[in-house]
Design a protein around this ligand. Structure first.
Ligand code: G3H
Ligand code: 13P
Ligand code: NA
Ligand code: ZN
Length: 325
C-alpha cells in the first residue's frame, strides 16, 4: 500500500539524496511519474494540491494513487516502489483530516502565512490527528515569493533559523518546508533580480544556502523540504514559444543548485511547473506539426512520453533518488 515519508526521509538524509515530490492532476501525469520512477527504481511522493482536488476530485485522485501502487508492481514484476500520497499545501485542519481519513499517507499543513503562534497551534493540531493514523506531516516556516495558497505575497520572507527548533519541538512535525529563495511557477525571479548570459538567457541569483546551513546546524538530521524547485528548462520554453506560445522571462532554479540541495538535509524536492512545461511543449508541437490530429491520445501520448523523460532525468541526474527504491 501507500507509505508515509518516515523511512524514505531517514534513508534520503543518510544517503545524501532527495525524494521527488511530483504533483499530479490526471492519468497521463500519474502514468508518467510511476513509469519513470519504476524505471529509475526511485521512491516517489505523489502530491495533490488544492487546485488538483478542484480539477480532478479528491476521491478519484486517491483511488488513482492507490491504483498506482498496483500499477508499479505490474511494471516491475511484482516488486513495486515506495509511493506516498501527500496533500500539498493543506490550508486547514479540516482539509488535512479529510485527506487522512481518506487514505492519504502524508499531509502538508501550510500555516506559513499565519502569525508564528497560530502556525504552531494549527500545525500541532494536525500532527496530533495525523500521528494517530500513522500519517506524516510537513509544516512550513517562511513564505515563498509569488503566489502561494492563492495569496499573493510580493516579497519572500526567508525562514528564520532562530525559529526552527522551537517550531519543530512544539509541533512534532516530521519535516519542515523552508524558504531560501525559491518560489512557485515558471517565473521564479523578476528579470531585474537576474543577470543575462551571452545568449540573453536570464541567470537567477543563488539560493540562500547560508540560511539552509544555519537551519541544518540547528536541526541536525531533520528532514527539510524545498518547494518551488522547478528548473524551467529553456528547451521547453523555446519549443512553446516557437509553436505559438508566449512565455516571457520564464526562469527557474539551476539544476546544479538542486543537486547541491539534495546532498544536504533537503530530502523532498517539489516539482510541478517543469512537468507542465514538458506537457505543453509536446502538445503544442503536435498541434503545429500535425494540425489535422484530433485524437487526444495522439497529443497526450507524446506529452506523457516527454514527462516520463523529464521525471527520469530528475531522479537520475538531479535528485539522486534513482536506485534507492
Ligand atoms: O503549490 C503549487 C503547486 O504547483 C500546485 O499548483 O494549485 O495550481 O495545482 P496548483
Ligand atoms: P514548482 O512551481 O517550482 O514546480 O513548485 C511546485 C511546488 O512547490 C508544489 O508544492
Ligand atoms: Na538530502
Ligand atoms: Zn509548494
Amino acid at each position: 500500500g501507500l507509505v508515509n515519508t518516515r523511512e524514505m526521509f531517514a534513508k534520503a538524509i543518510k544517503g545524501g539524496y532527495a525524494i521527488p515530490a511530483f504533483n499530479f492532476n490526471n492519468m497521463e501525469q500519474l502514468q508518467a511519474i510511476i513509469s519513470a520512477c519504476v524505471e529509475a527504481n526511485s521512491p516517489v511522493i505523489l502530491q495533490v494540491s488544492a487546485g488538483a482536488r478542484k480539477y480532478a476530485n479528491q476521491t478519484l485522485l486517491r483511488y488513482m494513487a492507490q491504483g498506482a501502487v498496483e500499477y508499479a508492481k505490474e511494471l516491475n514484476g511484482g516488486k513495486g516502489i515506495p509511493i506516498t500520497l501527500h496533500l500539498d499545501h493543506g490550508n486547514s485542519f479540516e482539509l488535512c483530516k479529510s485527506c487522512i481519513d481518506m487514505g492519504f499517507s502524508s499531509v502538508m499543513i501550510d500555516g506559513s502565512s499565519l502569525p508564528y503562534d497560530e502556525n504552531v497551534a494549527l500545525t500541532k493540531k494536525v500532527v496530533e490527528y495525523a500521528h494517530q493514523h500513522d500519517v506524516t506531516v510537513e509544516g512550513e516556516l517562511g513564505v515563498l515569493a509569488g503566489v502561494e495558497d492563492e495569496v499573493a505575497s510580493e516579497v519572500a520572507h526567508y525562514t528564520k533559523p532562530e525559529e526552527v527548533i522551537d517550531f519543530v519541538t512544539k509541533t512534532g512535525v516530521d519535516s519542515l518546508a523552508i524558504s531560501i529563495g525559491t518560489s512557485h511557477g515558471a517565473n521564479k525571479f523578476k528579470p531585474e533580480q537576474c543577470t543575462r548570459n551571452a545568449e540573453g538567457i536570464l541567470v537567477p541569483p543563488e539560493l540562500r544556502f547560508d540560511i539552509l546551513a544555519e537551519i541544518e546546524k540547528k536541526l541536525p538530521g531533520f528532514p527539510i523540504v524545498l518547494h518551488g524547485a522547478s528548473s524551467v528548462p529553456q528547451e521547453y520554453v523555446k519549443i512553446i514559444n516557437t509553436h505559438g506560445g508566449k512565455l516571457k522571462d520564464a526562469v527557474g532554479i539551476p539544476e546544479e543548485q538542486l543537486r547541491k540541495a539534495a546532498k544536504s538535509a533537503v530530502c523532498k524536492i517539489n516539482i510541478d511547473s517543469d512537468g507542465r512545461l514538458a506537457m505543453t511543449a509536446a502538445v503544442r508541437k503536435v498541434f503545429i506539426d500535425n494540425p489535422a490530429e484530433f485524437d487526444p491520445r495522439k497529443y497526450l501520448g507524446p506529452a506523457r512520453d516527454e514527462l516520463k523523460k523529464l521525471y527520469m532525468h530528475k531522479c537520475e541526474n538531479v535528485l539522486g533518488s534513482a536506485g534507492k527504491a
